[in-house]
Design a protein around this ligand. Structure first.
Ligand SMILES: Cc1ncc(COP(=O)(O)O)c(C=O)c1O
Length: 435
């Protein structure tokens, strides 16, 4: 694989951008050395790096591109809006149209505001919950890795430099599918918890009516239930995880897939809470999400067009079906290689990841890097197994073939160690205190 331009750009990027990229999950430390460093263009689920190498891509745009790269209908909608101006002194009618379309698919919500990124939306949910309840503490599901780059969320991770202790002390944590762990928080901090925030699910579905019990508990305790649908929204179900599981949150947050990669996110919720950020009440006002770029016309036009495709075409069905084909093929390949206990698929077909373990049965970054290196060498860029509407049966079959080849090398490395096979250093987890 030719990487000449990649190497030159990598040297430049680390000089001008901390980490060499504006998003940690895309950084060089997340990939083996023999990997595309910069993607120059994409079409559907195929991408080309700056050296012209082509890959079938997964996880596209950190799960934001669910329809496909450069999806014509979305690009045309965004371009048309852009040609009429991107941001005005007063709102564009697209703001109303996009809000109505969004609320037409997310039945649990009565009102919505659109910022540009997920962290801003979840942080606004916390601010609103604090204002509504008059409480300061936040109960956060510690099994869900990321809600925001802001202190209330990052303070629970090892990368907490710069976050005051006083801010960290306001976030308390519980476990998914563990109602007693939430009850214990309410007992330990009576009348202090403003919000309970979690994703509707990750790999595991709720058990024993967890989400419904949590709903009841929040109501009884006077705390707001916030579902972070950044990943589940426009993926598990058009109505989000809240529709899929039949639970109505007080507030919910969306982003990623809502505009097929254009930057639009959403804070949605019940009118009685959301209206506190509005003009039609006489309570104390909440400064609820006011961003210069929230109204950017092309993002909203892209969101409207994306929701249109979702309503008209079997996008969700495809994500589940094509993901199922990938999960089956992947699992079959691990069985053939005798590696089913070491490399396996995690999650739901529409949102799959994989685990890589070393000979000791423990998760291993060295083996993950080797697996990535070997799939990349076979034309597949696969940090997760998250599919899009553009992945075809042929893409999946070619991916499984690449996985098969990569697993042969993995198998050999299980006996001989990764050192002989992995070129350069292994990748690292994002949440670490030191480099
Ligand atoms: C569940 C969840 N919530 C919130 C966020 C933050 O979104 P953003 O990166 O757009 O700020 C992410 C991003 O990965 C996420 O996965």
């Amino acid at each position: 694989m030719k990487l000449d331009k990649t190497r030159k750009l990598q040297a430049r990027s680390h000089t001008v951008i901390p980490g060499g990229a504006h998003t940690y999950a895309k950084g060089d430390d997340q990939y083996p050395e023999l990997a595309p460093g910069f993607i120059a263009r994409g079409r559907g689920c195929h991408v080309w790096d700056v050296d012209g190498n082509e890959f079938i891509e997964y996880n596209m745009g950190l799960r934001s591109v669910t329809l496909g790269h450069a999806y014509p209908e979305i690009v045309e909608a965004a371009e048309k809006a852009m040609r009429s101006g991107t941001n005005f002194t007063r709102p564009s009618p697209l703001e109303v149209e996009c809000a109505e379309d969004f609320l037409g698919v997310i039945d649990g919500a009565d009102m919505v505001k659109f910022p540009k990124d997920g962290s801003t939306a979840t942080t606004a949910a916390i601010t609103l919950a604090r204002a509504v309840t008059g409480r300061d503490k936040v109960a956060l599901c510690i099994d869900h890795p990321f809600f925001s780059y802001n202190g209330w969320s990052m303070g629970t991770t090892p990368v907490d430099a710069g976050i005051p202790q006083s801010e960290k002390a306001l976030t308390v944590t519980f476990h998914y599918n563990d109602l007693p762990s939430v009850e214990a928080l309410f007992d330990a901090h009576p009348g202090e918890i403003a919000a309970v925030i979690l994703e509707p699910s990750r790999a595991d579905d709720p058990t024993d009516g967890f989400l419904h019990e949590l709903r009841k508990l929040c109501t009884d305790q006077g705390a707001l239930l916030v579902l972070d649908e950044m990943i589940t929204g426009f993926r598990l179900h058009l109505g989000g995880g809240q529709k899929y599981y039949g639970v109505t949150p007080d507030l919910s947050t969306f982003g990623k897939a809502i505009a097929n990669g254009f930057s639009v996110s959403a804070l949605a919720g019940k009118r009685e809470f959301m209206e506190r950020g509005g003009l039609r009440h006489d309570k104390e006002r909440v400064f609820l999400l006011s961003t210069t770029h929230g109204a950017e016309t092309h993002g909203l036009a892209a969101a409207i067009a994306t929701m249109g495709v979702y309503r008209r075409e079997p996008v969700i069905e495809h994500l589940w079906k094509i993901g199922e084909r990938l999960a089956l093929g992947f699992t079959e390949a691990t069985r053939e290689a005798g590696l089913e206990d070491y490399v396996h698929v995690i999650g739901k077909p529409c949102n799959l990841a994989f685990a890589t373990k070393g000979p000791d049965g423990e998760p291993s970054q060295s083996y993950r890097s080797l697996f990535l290196q070997e799939t990349i060498a076979r034309g597949v860029l696969i940090p997760s197994l998250v599919v899009s509407y553009s992945h075809t049966d042929d893409d999946i079959d070619r991916t499984v073939e690449a996985v098969r080849g990569a697993l042969q090398v993995y198998r050999q490395a299980m006996d001989e160690g990764t050192e002989r096979y992995l070129v350069g250093r292994p990748s690292k987890v994002v949440y670490r205190r030191y480099n």
